[in-house]
Design a protein around this ligand. Structure first.
Ligand SMILES: N[C@@H](Cc1ccccc1)C(=O)O
Length: 513
């Protein structure tokens, strides 16, 4: 790289050092009136970081001439011009002639007044005559000083300002003095210790640049949390605080058995149609349900048979659906349409768990994970979404208790004033859709689905007759969109997501109604 001179790089360090060697301290605006503020500041920072100079910023008010004052400096004050015109006319001047000579009515008028007051001229009949040989044009002299120095005696400045001849302007300058390591030359500071320096021994005399611990550092392009992940985390916290434990939902593909049959969804149910469910084409079928680990001692064979029987012939005081149940249909692989398939597996395991005080212990489970439905895509629907699911298994549960629980759960999310509407699910009876009043839309919107699981489902698993199980489900996307003010689901999930939105959305959110 070609060597560059200091002025071509805009580096004023050597100019500053030169100026300081001649007088100390100096003022930046006096020593370098034409150098831009930023260049001076950059040079001073460099020098100060090496203790070569010490500087401080000072603010002062400079005065500048108004256009009228500029005219006075070049032509004399009004009164001086009047006096000069009168003095030059050896036997006096009429007022009209004076006006003609000066060529400006206001200057003539104001100047006359002041010249009279100063006793420089007087009226002699119809004429004006001079009273003195010469005068001192004090105003002009004062303005000349100010034009050069931009400052003067405070009283003079105040007077001239009152006469609207001056304006003031704030000027920022630096007061600069020599620092403890002052020198005329800036020593090159090394930023790296190189192999050459070690080999030549140059490291012994080199000056190293100190670390700048105040530097902000380069942008790290670190990962950012997705809004869905953040709201999911908030919900997990609510569940944990309410005594729930998390279900394993890491299996997106289920058999029809777990996704539908265990939940008493008949094999002809429209939800199982191709239009609603994604079936897996390879492999088409799962094996029969069985233990998920070596420790899993549950009886899957009996359960499988019970499910078949309750569908086909009825059992547990239920007449069932009475249709020829197909094992092939039950073993077809599907992308799970809800996480209730996992709830079913967990409740089945609960039934086989060791009894506590002679009975199946109460339990609370939740999950928040992906489900898949063959939906027509639009601004609020994708063919996959995240389902928030909860189940509570206990004795003596009532529908009123479910409503009270849902009120509490949603209140923890900041949603109050719930309304319930009777609904239908094949696996719950009674079932309720949950609504909340949406202030923005000014109407009730559905925010969840819930119910008490049917005995056909629970007793097939082997759960005791007097155990009741609440279940509920809601989407994670809708509350997230409301909380983050996103109106199109495609901006939240999928390839249309704006990464800026993900990176910029706040870590702390002030929820709006
Ligand atoms: N599975 C239901 C939610 C639900 C779960 C449990 C009981 C009742 C309803 C849904 O997908 O909407």
């Amino acid at each position: 790289m070609a060597p560059t001179t200091s002025s071509s790089t805009g580096d004023f360090t050597s100019e500053v050092l030169q100026a300081l060697s001649k007088s100390d301290p100096i003022s930046s605006t006096e020593s370098f009136p034409d150098v831009p503020f930023e260049s001076i500041k950059a040079a001073l920072d460099r020098l100060a970081s090496r203790s070569m100079v010490i500087y401080e910023q000072v603010e002062r008010e400079d005065v500048f001439l108004e256009p009228e004052a500029e005219v006075i400096v070049s032509h004399g004050s009004h009164e001086a011009r009047v006096f000069e015109a009168v003095r030059q006319a050896l036997d006096g001047l009429s007022i009209q002639d004076l006006e003609g000579k000066i060529g400006d009515k206001t200057v003539t008028k104001l100047g006359q007044g002041k010249a009279f007051k100063e006793k420089w001229i007087k009226k002699d009949g119809a004429k004006l005559v001079a009273l003195v040989e010469s005068i001192n044009d004090v105003t002009r002299d004062q303005l000349k000083v100010i034009q050069e120095k931009h400052t003067h005696d405070a009283k003079i400045v105040a007077d001239l300002k009152k006469r609207k001849l001056l304006r003031t302007q704030k000027v920022i300058s630096f007061r600069i003095e020599k620092g403890p390591k002052f020198a005329l030359e800036l020593v090159k500071e090394e930023t790296d210790l190189t192999a050459e320096m070690l080999a030549s021994g140059a490291w012994k005399t080199a000056t190293f640049k100190p670390y700048n611990f105040k530097a902000l550092g380069a942008d790290q392009h670190a990962g950012a949390l997705h809004p869905l992940g953040k709201v999911r985390q908030e919900l997990r916290q609510i569940f944990f605080e309410m005594g729930f434990s998390e279900m394993p939902t890491n299996q997106f593909v289920e058999s029809g058995f777990w996704n539908f049959d265990t939940l008493f969804v008949p094999q002809q149910h429209p939800a199982r149609d191709l239009q609603d469910t994604f079936y897996v084409s390879d492999p088409v079928k799962a094996g029969r349900p069985g233990p998920t680990s070596a420790e899993d001692k549950n009886d899957y064979e009996t359960y499988f048979k019970n499910v078949q029987e309750i569908h086909e012939n009825g059992k547990y005081d239920s007449i069932g659906y009475r249709y020829p149940w197909s094992e092939d249909e039950s073993l077809r692989l599907v992308l799970r349409t809800h996480t209730t398939s996992v709830s079913a597996a967990m409740l089945h395991k609960l039934a086989g768990q060791k009894k506590v005080d002679g009975r199946v212990p109460p339990a609370r489970y939740f999950s928040i994970d992906r489900v898949f439905r063959n939906e027509t895509l639009d601004a609020t629907h994708l063919c996959e979404f995240h389902q928030v699911e909860g189940v509570i298994a206990d004795y003596g549960l009532t529908l009123g208790g479910l409503m009270e629980f849902m009120d509490m759960f949603f209140a923890a999310m900041g949603v109050t004033g719930l309304r319930y509407k009777p609904a239908y699910n094949p696996y719950t009876e009674p079932s309720m859709e949950i609504f909340s009043h949406h202030k923005g839309l000014n109407k009730l919107v559905e925010i969840g689905n819930s119910g008490i699981f049917r005995p056909e489902m629970l007793e097939a698993m082997g759960l005791p007759k007097d155990m009741r199980v609440f279940g509920f489900g809601l989407g994670l996307e809708r509350p997230t969109m409301i909380k983050y003010g996103i109106s199109n689901i495609r901006e939240l999930l999928g390839h249309g997501v704006d990464l800026n939105l993900i990176q910029k959305n706040p870590a702390v959110r002030f929820d709006k109604d």
